[in-house]
Design a protein around this ligand. Structure first.
Ligand code: ADP
Ligand code: MG
Length: 619
């Protein structure tokens, strides 16, 4: 095909002629947005198969999909007289009017995927509807229509992707990498559609196969047993919004964000708003760049979300983004909040997990949605379990007492532990300290091992947070002896100028030196050791993403976390038994006490059964 038609030719007036672009070129431009690599083709073709009601989708790749991508489905097929239309740009069977746009529930409806793919590859369609005597094959290049053989459904064959646009082909990675991306595209579909079977072949070899299954089974098949074991179920509903899925425990966080799946009305998205809500749900429990694992289905009335704002439909726009953000954050925090100790069944209950401190939540994701409020209640630490703290002033606890109180506020008074027998304390009764680090305690289930620094750090942090009287006051700042300048992007400079107030509140004095240089003149007094430029960049990025107020709150939390780390009891300090007990009671009373601020676990349970196994003792 020729693209010379758009080559600029001077007109008699010296300007350029305005001319309509040829259709193929328009499709190629669209393809540039939608079709990045074989995986994009796979995504679009599986979208179509699912829209056609397929129960089984088979993908065959040749050379990572660069040589060939074939998607076969058993959906309702395309009638012979419609095959040509399917390949036309803006031809779709999925919407007919603007009002349909509002409520479309299919995977996509831009009506340009097939046209775009056909414009950058050698494409043919083989399809048969239920009432047809046989299938038909349409070759997109030649337009030739021929009888063909296959059952009801559609096969789309895509060969030599980007053969006409070698520049794009150069950007493709190795076959193995492209195949991995394509497989990831199938995983996303497979997670959202457990009722559909999927098979993937690469160069004649079966790579993966998922049979139609329950949602729970499919997720276990696709995400693996480690994720299932180290995650908690989440189910919440608020008005037109339902959230359903599993969220990974902080201690199972990863260095890569490769296990983060969010689906909006069945479509996989990587949405900034949702991503931000997830990060803020974990922010207290995860350090720096650790990435939580999660899979979530977000269901919302179609008219409250626009899924068609992005060419690849990977971003969405919610009518009330703020409400969705808040609902998601609260639901995830609620799912993570119940302490393992608290959630553990008593000794009478069925045998707990094999791995210590991995809460066994009913692995089944409940089918019916409980009230939203129910989920919200679990945000409250320890729920209705009696909170036990050591009575004030009991012997030898001065150090703990000072720490238990916030910098200004008094300690929370709690019922006397005397009301409960030590065996009933979730974290048990302290019996020893070993290695200068670990506190050992005995509870009904067996042995509890506590990392005292990690545990105390969390306690101090939560206390500082609770005690902070005025969250609106500025963080104390300290002028720098030598102002520090650094190269900044245009976006960073713009944010610095627009967010002066928020920056001041964070204890940061930042001004513009040039269009590409910023200078810091003061820093938060509490963070003398932080890498200032890194801190400022992170703050600017956050400000740009979410606007002032929330960031201030988060930076505050980070400051508090740093202070907590300095304030917490250090390793190698000898503790008396009453001191250890006080620590355990404080942990029980503290929200999110299961992990320290860096996401490490603070305690582990070793059950009597596990001890028995260790000693080969059958009970
Ligand atoms: P869109 O999916 O946005 O409608 P496409 O270009 O992807 O646009 O597909 C155009 C049309 O071709 C679809 O609307 C549908 O009618 C038909 N079609 C495409 N793939 C299939 C398939 N696998 N089974 C049945 N019909 C299909
Ligand atoms: Mg489509």
């Amino acid at each position: 095909m020729s693209v010379s038609v758009v080559t600029a030719r001077p007109s008699p007036t010296g300007g350029r002629r305005i001319q309509a672009l040829p259709d193929t070129l328009v499709s190629q431009i669209a393809a540039g947005e939608v079709i990045e690599r074989p995986a994009s083709v796979v995504r679009e073709l599986i979208d179509n198969a699912l829209d056609a009601g397929a129960r089984l989708v088979v993908l065959r790749l040749a050379a990572g999909g660069v040589r060939g991508i074939v998607v076969e489905d058993d959906g309702n097929g395309i009638a012979a007289d419609q095959l040509g239309l399917a390949l036309q740009r803006h031809a779709t069977s999925k919407i007919a009017s603007l009002s349909d746009l509002e409520s479309v529930a299919t995977m996509g409806f831009r009506g340009e995927a097939l046209a775009a793919i056909a414009s950058v590859s050698d494409l043919s369609l083989v399809s048969r509807t239920a009432d047809a005597a046989h299938a038909w094959r349409l070759d997109a290049g030649s337009g030739e229509l021929q009888p063909a053989a296959r059952g009801v459904g559609t096969t789309v064959e895509v060969r030599e992707l980007f053969f006409s646009t070698p520049a794009r082909r150069k950007f493709l990675k190795t076959d193995a990498t492209e195949a991995a991306h394509a497989l990831e595209a199938v995983r996303r579909h497979a997670l959202a559609r457990p009722d559909v079977g999927f098979a993937v072949w690469h160069d004649g070899r079966l790579v993966t196969q998922w049979r139609a299954a329950s949602l729970e089974q499919r997720w276990a098949d696709v995400l693996g047993p480690e994720f299932t074991a180290a995650s908690r179920p989440l189910l919440a509903q608020r008005g037109p919004l339902t959230l359903h899925g599993r969220v990974g425990l902080p201690e199972a966080a990863r260095s890569r964000s490769d296990l983060q799946y969010v689906f909006v009305n069945g479509r996989f998205v990587r949405d900034r708003l949702l991503g931000h809500a997830m990060r803020s749900a974990y922010e207290d429990q995860l350090h720096g760049s650790r990435q939580p694992a999660y899979a979530l289905l977000v269901t919302i009335s179609p008219e409250l979300v626009d899924v068609n704002v992005h060419p690849t439909k990977i971003e969405v726009r919610f009518r009330d983004g703020g409400a969705v953000h808040q609902a998601l954050r609260i639901a995830v925090q609620a799912a993570l909040a119940p302490s393992g100790a608290h959630a553990d069944p008593g000794p009478e209950a069925s045998a707990p997990s094999s791995a210590p401190n991995v809460p066994v939540m009913g692995s089944a994701i409940p089918a019916a949605a409980p009230a939203w409020t129910q989920a919200e209640q679990t945000v409250v630490p320890w729920g209705s379990v009696p909170v036990q703290t050591t009575p004030r002033g009991s012997g030898g606890l001065a150090a703990w007492e000072t720490l238990r109180r916030g910098p200004e506020g008094p300690a929370v008074d709690a019922p006397s532990p005397a009301a409960h027998a030590p065996e009933d304390w979730p974290l048990g009764r302290a019996i020893a300290q070993i290695g200068g680090i670990y506190v050992l305690a005995e509870n009904r289930q067996g042995l509890v091992i506590v990392d005292m620094h990690a545990a105390h750090e969390r306690i101090v942090y939560e206390r500082l947070k609770a005690a902070q009287a005025d969250p609106d006051a500025a963080i104390p700042s300290q002028p720098l002896l030598l102002p520090q300048s650094f190269a900044a992007t245009a976006a960073e400079v713009a944010t610095a100028e627009a967010e002066q107030e928020a920056l001041q509140a964070l204890g940061l004095d930042l001004s513009t030196l040039s269009s590409a240089t910023l200078v810091v003149r003061s820093r938060p007094a509490a963070l003398p050791d932080a890498d200032l430029v890194e801190l400022v960049r992170a703050v600017l990025a956050d400000l740009a993403e979410s606007g002032g107020s929330r960031v201030v709150q988060r930076a505050r939390d980070e400051l508090l976390a740093t202070m907590a780390c300095y304030g917490a009891v250090r390793a190698n300090r000898r503790l008396s038994l009453p001191e250890m007990d006080a620590l355990l009671r404080d942990m029980e009373a503290t929200e999110r006490a299961d992990t320290c601020n860096h996401g490490r676990p603070t305690w582990r349970q070793v059950t009597l059964k596990e001890l028995d196994t260790l000693f080969l003792r059958g009970r």
